[in-house]
Design a protein around this ligand. Sequence first.
Ligand SMILES: Nc1ncnc2c1ncn2[C@@H]1O[C@H](COP(=O)(O)OP(=O)(O)OP(=O)(O)O)[C@@H](O)[C@H]1O
Ligand SMILES: [Mg+2]
Length: 258
Amino acid sequence: MTENTSKNIKFTCRDVRVSYSGKEAVKGIDIEIADRSVTAFIGPSGCGKSSFLRVFNRMNDTIPGCAVTGDIRMDGEDIYAPGLDPVLLRARVGMVFQKPNPFPKSIYDNVAYGPRIHGLAESKADLDEIVHNSLKRAGLWDEVKDRLKDSGTGLSGGQQQRLVIARAIAVSPEVILMDEPASALDPIATAKLEVLIEELKEKFCIVIVTHSMAQAARISQKTAFFHMGDLVEYDETDQIFTNPAELRTQDYIMGRTG
Ligand SMILES: Nc1ncnc2c1ncn2[C@@H]1O[C@H](COP(=O)(O)OP(=O)(O)OP(=O)(O)O)[C@@H](O)[C@H]1O
Ligand SMILES: [Mg+2]
């Protein structure tokens, strides 16, 4: 069991800190994130969930004044090592944001963008296949197959979010980070997205920030509860929601704080 578990670890973090202009927002996190599974980050607004999520693909590097320290390894490799190219890292660790952000390009070009810049397709036929497969896996193909030349920004919010996921999948990432991906979606689009996440976890490591505890309970295997920059509790999702060890976790999931 132990051996099995350690083989299944995608990320290992030791004493990870994130600060903005010297003010610490994430205060020394130790965590291991499993591969091929969904890990949920929950906690009150401002507790550092997004700041910590951005550690995994070095998106914090793009924020002026933001500093990250500690040891962060992906498959044992230090992703903050001097020679490591963050652009290549971000192809391996994709990200989906709260607000769907398709490029102002056609549906086809949105998905083809990453494979083109990373040189993943040798021919037009190759590229067509990547676009087709990515849209299919994102659960969007049937809805858009007859209008691939239309603008991605003309889709509904839920469709845009699935388009963004197709765009992320197209470069064959290993990890998909999602920061409140359903918060702008209606219940039907949210349900579709949750089914999709359920399927994606067979292939990818998924880390999702959500304010919906029902959503965390439905889709994740492990849940991490953050509070004021600390990781208060990290356990099997069932355990967190039925029998949390910490009072602060209990108060939050019972709606007494947050
Ligand atoms: N770009 C930034 N510049 C300065 N401070 C920031 C920046 N982003 C976040 N912070 C600060 O870091 C702390 C954690 O913010 P973060 O966005 O990570 O929290 P969060 O848990 O994702 O909150 P929410 O649930 O509201 O999205 C907050 O005090 C916030 O003000
Ligand atoms: Mg956030």
